[in-house]
Design a protein around this ligand. Structure first.
Ligand SMILES: NC(=O)c1ccc[n+]([C@@H]2O[C@H](COP(=O)([O-])OP(=O)(O)OC[C@H]3O[C@@H](n4cnc5c(N)ncnc54)[C@H](OP(=O)(O)O)[C@@H]3O)[C@@H](O)[C@H]2O)c1
Length: 284
């Protein structure tokens, strides 16, 4: 289940919409907010900017030192929310542990909140009326649909319960609509006997950031595997990127499997572009 063909098709449609907006004098603009000095987080932000700029979306790059007080982030979100030239805001996870997110989440204008940071945006998704579908869960659904993997009635196990991936994805797959109606189990670090859960799944989605946690012995024959993570691991002669799934043993069992890299990642970026354009269309 390669991501690039799915991403390319989506990007082509989004690029046309960027041109339509340009004809009306509108340049869609994404602001990213990064409060981390982790090179991986910096790389994720840079990828987003490059993808936006390539198709004519403008970007703003707001960076805060991770040691700065929450008030700095609050002010940045207030400023971006009020800025009429900014259509969409993406807050890169994770935020430093000292940041009290409950209050901060409410500072981001829901109409610009393309990744469901604000409780209202996330709440609407849970209620089945999403304003935006966050990019990574959207990418997982797109990959499944592109490969014609049936989720209706299927047992889907998601490994990871984060607010940015596991929880929204579980809610989307549960919806009583096309691309939903799955029976969803969400696993996490306290789950007992993970292998027993994954072995009875028709579809396994991993988003936990633990290199090669799931191997072929934990999967049933014919299972669909979607690996969201791209973990960087130091090896003798440099760094390698591996998923949460041990690809070689898993592909012997799987009917369909995403590679890492080159699976979910490109589709996530294209889905983010679509959300930025959607936000710009609605606000202009
Ligand atoms: N491809 C993409 O488009 C994309 C986009 C964003 C992120 N990512 C990647 O996706 C991964 C997850 O990101 P995130 O932001 O959701 O991470 P996160 O907030 O750190 O959440 C990780 C989740 O995995 C669970 N977990 C950790 N160790 C586990 C174990 N041994 N067994 C079962 N569950 C375990 C954690 O459980 P607890 O809740 O109990 O701690 C938590 O729910 C990361 O590798 C990130 O880099 C990929």
């Amino acid at each position: 289940m390669r991501g690039e063909p799915v991403a390319a098709e989506l990007r082509a449609g989004v690029t046309e919409r960027v041109h339509d907006l340009a004809d009306r004098g509108v340049v869609p603009t994404l602001a990213t907010v990064l409060m981390s000095d982790d090179p991986d987080d910096e790389r994720f932000v840079e990828l987003k900017h490059a993808a936006c700029n390539e198709i004519g979306i403008e970007t703003r790059d707001v960076r805060l030192d991770p040691d700065e007080p929450s008030a700095r982030l609050r002010r940045a979100l207030d400023r971006l929310s009020a800025d009429s030239e900014v259509d969409a805001v993406f807050v890169q996870a994770p935020l430093p542990v000292h940041v009290a997110t409950a209050d901060l989440r409410r500072r981001l204008h829901p109409h610009k909140d393309i990744d469901c940071f604000h409780p209202e945006t996330l709440g609407r998704l849970v209620l089945g009326d999403p304003r935006f579908v966050p990019a990574t869960p959207a990418a997982v659904r797109r990959l499944l649909a592109a490969s014609e993997i049936r989720v209706e009635g299927a047992d889907v196990v998601i490994v990871g319960r984060s607010t940015v991936i596991g929880k929204p994805l579980a809610n989307l797959l549960l919806r009583n609509t096309t691309g939903g109606n799955a029976t969803v189990t969400v696993c996490h670090s306290r789950t007992e006997d993970l292998a027993a859960k994954t072995r009875r799944a028709d579809v396994v989605v991993t988003a936990c950031g633990v290199p090669e946690l799931v191997d072929g012995s934990m999967l049933s024959s014919g299972v669909t595997v979607v690996d969201v993570s791209a973990n960087r691991r130091v090896i003798d002669d440099g760094v390698e990127v591996v998923g949460d799934v041990e690809f070689e043993s898993a592909k012997e069992r799987a009917g369909a499997i995403t590679p890492v890299p080159g699976g979910v990642g490109p589709v996530t970026i294209a889905s983010l572009l679509e959300n930025v354009v959607l936000a710009a269309e609605r606000q202009n």
